[in-house]
Design a protein around this ligand. Structure first.
Ligand code: ATP
Ligand code: MG
Ligand code: MG
Ligand code: MG
Length: 476
């Protein structure tokens, strides 16, 4: 089943069941606490917080999402993209646990001829939160899932809050068993690549009190009006329904990998390292196009830096596969052609998107030249002084003047036998960010900590681009 059909079925299934279809919001979050939208619920946040009354009892959407912290997973796990689409259904004080569970089961297992996705119920494994007996009972008694395919997980995976006083509650997730070729048995609690998580059902049931972060807080009581937020990864379902090994081989991404093959002569499947590069290129070029489409332009901070880093990684990986000249035009065209079927504004906006992307490619190729000179000099000096570590200052300079992402500096220094003082680099980056923040603070007012969305602490495109602080001492 093609991605476009998965999306169409999703929306019509929920529309037929009383949900208003809400178009995807822009990736640029209308929310000062977020850089980019990491989950389908973000546009509905004011309703969930009770700040504004929802105009409908039920809604459904397929929301564009970007999760920069997942960048290191791309191409290595089978299931993480920096861009993906989250299919969601939402209830604002209307149906609750049983309703959400019944809808999920119905659309997943209903036959393809009948408008569903036709998944084999015996391959579906369920997780519920530690003390959520109610959810487990619904799955067992009302749906008929055998007890041995229901597992309990703790706060990290199966509890939702926003990290601040307000709504919170347990989650229940649906996972698909891809079979023994993906590893040992034992359910999603044991193996998350074989039992791939496809759908998270969030039951906003309680009011949380103060307390720190995601896991350590008190529950004050039941919410007067309970809500449902769910998110299913479209690409993950596509991977299952299309019978492919990973999300990059699904219809909308595969064509980008094929284009990369055309441009480099490297065949997908030829070697593990080039396969990772190929997947990174497909994912990152798609993310770049979607970000530019929503108005992001490359820069050295915030969203602009997210885009710059992602695009430069894509280009760098093309070069690792042997490309020497410009490659971005054909890759962008391919993404626009395929994603444009679902997002027609990409097609009307093609020239602008190409213009931004080509300018960034040219800037990067130039930076590679200029930065390489600085780097080579610094390497020579470091070695002459008997050192083995390139200073944080130099890494910062490369970042600041030539837009070198730290992973690029690490990689190029390693090629010449040096490591890099990453701590020093991060300290300087932090100082720079703090200065920028202090400036912004002077202009702006309040700031709310939203550090706990569905998985926000570790999986969102939050205000601080944590790509700087995440370990990235690897080469792709
Ligand atoms: P995982 O544990 O696999 O990282 P998650 O628990 O972080 O996923 P949720 O925050 O629960 O994901 O988001 C809801 C759904 O969105 C997931 O069940 C999955 O289908 C999809 N999803 C999440 N992150 C990604 C990603 N990086 N790429 C593709 N799909 C994703
Ligand atoms: Mg998870
Ligand atoms: Mg999850
Ligand atoms: Mg995650």
């Amino acid at each position: 089943m093609e991605s476009a059909e998965i999306r169409r079925r999703w929306l019509s299934f929920f529309e037929e069941r009383g949900h208003t279809v809400v178009p995807s919001a822009s990736l640029i979050a209308d929310d000062p606490t977020l850089l980019l939208v990491p989950a389908g619920m973000v546009p509905f946040k004011p309703y969930f917080l009770g700040e504004v009354k929802a105009p409908w009892d039920r809604a459904t959407s397929v929301q564009k999402c970007v999760r920069t912290p997942d960048i290191e997973e791309v191409g290595k796990t089978t299931r993480h993209g920096t861009f993906f689409q989250m299919c969601g259904n939402f209830s604002f004080g209307d149906y609750f646990k049983e309703g959400a569970i019944r809808f999920a089961w119905e659309i997943l297992t209903k036959s393809v001829d009948d408008g569903g996705y036709g998944l084999d119920p015996e391959r579906l494994w369920i997780t519920v939160y530690l003390d959520d007996d109610e959810a487990e009972e619904i799955w067992r008694e009302k749906i008929g899932v055998p007890a041995e395919r229901i597992q309990r997980l703790g706060k990290k995976d199966n509890y939702w809050s926003m990290g601040v006083p307000g709504p919170c509650g347990p989650c229940s997730e649906i996972n698909y068993d891809r079979g023994p070729e993906f590893g040992v048995e034992g359910g999603p609690a044991v193996n998350d690549e074989r039992y791939v998580e496809i759908w998270n059902l969030v039951f906003m049931q309680y009011e949380r009190g103060a307390g720190t972060g995601k896991e350590d807080f008190e529950i004050l009581g039941e919410l007067p009006s309970k809500n449902i937020d769910t998110g299913l990864g479209l690409e993950r379902l596509a991977m299952i329904l299309q019978g492919v090994q990973n999300m990059y081989e699904t219809d909308t991404l595969r064509v980008v990998m094929d284009k990369a093959t055309e441009l480099t002569g490297v065949r997908y499947g030829a070697a593990p390292a080039s396969d990772v590069s190929m997947r990174v290129v497909a994912d990152h070029m798609r993310t770049s196009v979607m970000l530019i489409g929503d108005g992001v332009t490359p820069g050295n901070e915030g969203r602009g830096y997210v885009l710059r880093r992602i695009m430069r990684r894509a280009i760098r990986n093309m070069r690792l596969m042997g490309a020497t000249g410009a490659v971005v035009q054909q890759l962008v065209d391919t993404v626009v052609d395929t994603m444009g079927q679902q997002y027609p504004e990409l097609i009307t906006d093609r020239q602008r998107i190409l213009g931004v992307a080509l300018a960034e490619e040219a800037a990067f190729l130039k930076a590679l030249k200029g930065g390489t000179n600085i780097l080579d000099t610094a390497v020579t000096e470091t070695k002459a002084a008997g050192g083995q570590v390139l200073s944080g200052d130099k890494a910062f300079l490369l970042h600041d003047t030539w837009g070198f992402p730290i992973d690029l500096t690490l990689e190029m220094a390693a090629e010449q036998g040096l490591s890099v003082d990453e701590d020093g680099f991060r300290r300087l980056m932090k100082e720079q960010r703090d200065r920028a923040k202090a400036d912004a603070q002077a202009k702006k007012h309040g700031h709310a900590d939203m550090s706990g969305y569905r998985e926000i602490a570790d999986a969102s495109g939050e205000t601080d681009f944590i790509g700087y602080t995440a370990t990235s001492g690897e080469s792709r």
